[in-house]
Ligand binder design. Structure first.
Ligand code: UDP
Length: 236
C-alpha cells in the first residue's frame, strides 16, 4: 500500500492520502508533547508501540459492534484507516480522579467514582482545547443530538469494555480520551488512537503509571512503560 500526499502533520502523527480516496494512512511518530506542546521530546520506538497497541484495541472494540476507522496495519508504525470527517470534540471518560479533573475540583488523585464521568473538549489548540458541554456541541452544530447520543453511548461502552479487559492484565483504566469521525455515509466511527498517550493506565498492584504521565511528570523509563503495556496486551 502506497503513501501519497502528506495531508496533515500533527504533533505525534502524519496523515497521508492513499490510492483509495476513502482510505488514508496514519504514520505514528516518536515525538511526544505535553502541556499544549510546550514540553516536547522524542521517545525512540514510541510510534511503533502506540500503533500496535491502538490497532489491537481498535480490533477488539470493532468486535463489540462499535464501528472504528481501523482497516489494516501496514507495518509497525503505519496503519490504513477509513477517511472520516473528524468531529472536533475530544471525549474524555473518567473512572478515577486524576490530571486536570483532580486539579480543577480539588479531588484527591486516585479517588474512584461510582459511575464514569464524561467530559467534552473543543479540539482547537489555539483556544487551549476548552471544556464544553452538550449544548455547545449541538447549538454550534459540531454534532446533531442523535450523533452526540451515539458518541456518548460508544464512549461509555468502550470505557466499560476496556476497563474490564485491562483489569485482567493488571492495568487500571483511570481515564481515556476518544475522538470520533463520520464516514462518507454519515456513520459515526471511533477514530484517532487509543494508547498510553491518550489513556491513563496504572499498574493495579504497584499503582505505577504506565502512560504519558511519566513524560508529563519527568519520571524515567517512559519507553519501557509503553512497552510494558504492549507486552501485557500482546505478549511481546
Ligand atoms: N488527553 C489526551 N489529549 C489531550 C488532553 C488529554 O489524550 O490533549 C487524555 C489524557 O492522557 C488523559 C485524559 O485525556 O488520559 C484526561 O486528561 P486531563 O483532562 O486530565 O488532562 P491532562 O492532565 O492530560 O492535561
Amino acid at each position: 500500500m502506497q503513501k501519497l500526499d502528506l495531508l496533515y502533520e500533527g504533533r505525534t502523527k502524519r496523515i497521508f492520502a492513499s490510492e483509495n480516496p476513502d482510505e488514508i494512512i496514519i504514520a505514528f511518530l516518536d515525538n511526544t508533547t505535553a502541556y499544549r506542546g510546550l514540553k516536547k521530546s522524542f521517545i525512540p520506538g514510541k510510534g511503533a508501540v502506540n500503533n500496535r497497541i491502538s490497532n489491537h484495541l481498535m480490533r477488539k472494540i470493532a468486535g463489540l459492534g462499535i464501528p472504528t476507522h481501523f482497516i489494516k496495519e501496514i507495518n509497525d508504525h503505519e496503519t490504513c484507516v477509513v477517511k472520516a470527517d473528524i468531529i472536533p470534540i475530544a471525549v474524555v471518560v473518567r473512572n478515577i480522579a486524576a490530571g486536570s479533573l483532580a486539579e480543577r475540583l480539588g479531588l484527591p488523585e486516585g479517588m474512584a467514582f461510582d459511575k464514569p464521568i464524561i467530559e467534552y473538549y473543543y479540539k482547537d489548540a489555539s483556544l487551549g482545547n476548552p471544556m464544553i458541554n452538550e449544548y455547545h456541541i449541538t447549538t454550534l452544530a459540531w454534532a446533531t443530538e442523535e450523533e452526540l447520543k451515539t458518541v456518548a453511548d460508544y464512549s461509555l461502552r468502550v470505557n466499560m469494555f476496556l476497563s474490564a479487559y485491562l483489569i485482567d492484565l493488571g492495568i487500571a483504566l483511570i481515564d481515556l480520551k476518544l475522538e470520533f469521525g463520520k464516514n462518507k455515509h454519515g456513520d459515526i466511527l471511533l477514530a484517532d488512537e487509543i494508547s498510553p498517550d491518550s489513556c491513563r493506565l496504572w499498574d493495579t498492584k504497584t499503582h505505577e503509571r504506565l502512560d504519558k504521565d511519566r513524560f508529563r511528570l519527568d519520571l524515567d523509563d517512559v519507553e519501557d512503560a509503553y512497552r510494558e503495556i504492549l507486552r501485557r496486551l500482546l505478549g511481546n
